[in-house]
Design a protein around this ligand. Structure first.
Ligand code: GTP
Ligand code: MG
Length: 326
């Protein structure tokens, strides 16, 4: 099959043609130079979707819940895009989510688009391609775009910095008594979910999270009226319980962001972070491309100790900037 230039896919994505969307997503993930302008066009056309991050410890029931949520969103007539981020392989998590979506009979519904991607060891869990993929789905007119990430390391903080609304999923029986008490979790969760509430030990998890929230509130400065307080939603995906409530909480958080004007702050924080990460990415790849040719010249000075490693590094970076312009 002939390669279609990325610029020729833009119109198809904007018309939400599945094949164009699929190809553009692959290019977002690959981050090829050829696709740069088209991906920039995607960003320009994006900005309407409600971006929802779903995170939580491994096995907490995120994918099952995302499939049920997607069905719930469809029942309201909206279209939903899903990016499932797998920290390790491009296959395992994705195929699992794919199975769940199929189980929920959503597989053939053009109103749902599911994409899974590996982060390939990108810093902080979310690759640049992840957010550009969100742009693609946003530009294609999906009303809600969900990003599912496994809550390991920095991933949950990263997804919260990329989303308008962050849902943190905890589940009973995963060993950790109070899983939610991890660094920064109070700050990042806009909505807490306790999943698997068919289990008898779920009440304990709900109580733990509520206690933690009460404690957190009492530590916050007084007088913050009109602030959002994160609800705790109990769900049982396997019985489709709590999913409607969860969607209502997600929608009302968005309504709160819009009514309070906070949405603009979130959008600008997301954009700023993306810009800085892109700058790091550009520096890193320029460094990788050019360093070989410059390192050799500096080695003599280092060996003779007429140049310190620090001084040599400064010179190396200065040389690389010239190399970039050349
Ligand atoms: N009892 C019970 N089990 C559930 C429920 N929802 C999901 N599970 C089970 O929990 C396990 C993990 O579910 P997933 O949806 O794959 O969880 P996940 O958080 O996406 O997992 P990772 O992506 O691997 O982190 C599976 O065996 C599910 O069948 C529920 O409502 N009740
Ligand atoms: Mg999953």
């Amino acid at each position: 099959m002939a390669y279609i230039p990325s610029r020729d896919l833009v119109a198809g994505v904007l018309r939400s043609e599945q094949r164009a969307v699929a190809r553009m997503l692959s290019r977002a993930e690959a981050g090829s130079d050829e696709a740069r302008q088209a991906l920039d066009d995607m960003f320009q056309h994006a900005g309407r979707a409600h971006i929802v991050g779903i995170t939580g410890v491994p096995g907490s029931g995120k994918s099952t819940l995302v499939a049920k949520l997607a069905a719930g969103i469809r029942r309201t007539g909206r279209r939903v895009g899903i990016v499932a981020v797998d920290p390790s392989s491009p296959f395992s998590g994705g195929s699992i989510l794919g199975d769940r979506i199929r189980m929920a009979d959503l597989g053939a519904d053009p109103g749902v688009y599911v994409r899974s991607m590996a982060t390939r060891g990108a810093l902080g869990g979310l690759a640049n391609g992840t957010l550009e993929s969100v742009d693609v789905l946003d530009a294609a007119g999906y009303d809600i775009v969900m990003i599912e990430t496994v809550g390991v390391g920095q991933d949950e903080v990263e997804v919260a910095r990329a989303a308008h609304t962050t849902v943190v999923v905890s589940a009973p029986g995963l060993g950790d008594d109070i899983q939610a008490i991890k660094a920064g979790i109070l700050e990042i969760a806009d909505v807490h979910v306790v999943s698997k509430c068919d289990r008898p030990d779920a009440n304990r998890t709900i109580a733990d999270i509520k206690a933690m929230l009460t404690l957190g509130l009492s530590l916050k400065p007084q007088g913050e009226r009109g602030r959002w307080s994160a609800p705790v939603i109990a769900t049982t995906s396997v019985r489709d319980e709590g999913v409607t409530e969860l969607l209502a909480a997600i929608d009302s958080h968005y309504a709160h962001l819009v009514a309070s004007g906070e949405i603009e702050q979130r959008r600008s924080a997301i954009n700023e972070r993306r810009m800085l990460r892109a700058a790091e990415e550009i520096l890193r790849s320029s460094f990788a491309r050019h360093r070989e040719s410059h390192v050799a010249r500096l080695m003599a000075g280092l060996s003779a100790r007429t140049l310190s490693p620090h001084a040599a590094a400064s010179r190396l970076l200065a040389d690389l900037r010239m190399g970039e312009k050349a």
